[in-house]
Design a protein around this ligand. Sequence first.
Ligand SMILES: [Zn+2]
Length: 116
Amino acid sequence: MSAKNMRENRAIKAVLEKRVKCVKVKIGTSEIKFFIVESSNKEKMYVVLPGLYCSCPDFLFSVRFREQGEKCYHMMAVEIAVKEKRYVEIEIDKENLLDRIIYTFLGRLETLSKAR
Ligand SMILES: [Zn+2]
């Protein structure tokens, strides 16, 4: 199987397992939206800007550095989820968001929540 097909399969699986989330954040009177995709073991989550960027290592190393395809499977998952309207919507306030962002960039939800 090609790398592209493997990514596609993982993307479809992520959508079916409801691991694609659209996060809405209310900041004062305005609202921002972005997507996250949970890893298959749900220990990590990655921020996805559709068609542009994903915070996972595969995007950084395979897609950007080695130029193996244009998207990681998280980006594909978001595209499929948007097309099929099969993402989970989450609303979050600003404080929670900032906590989540820190976890996301460190990539280790589990460890951090235990340390609190
Ligand atoms: Zn990714």
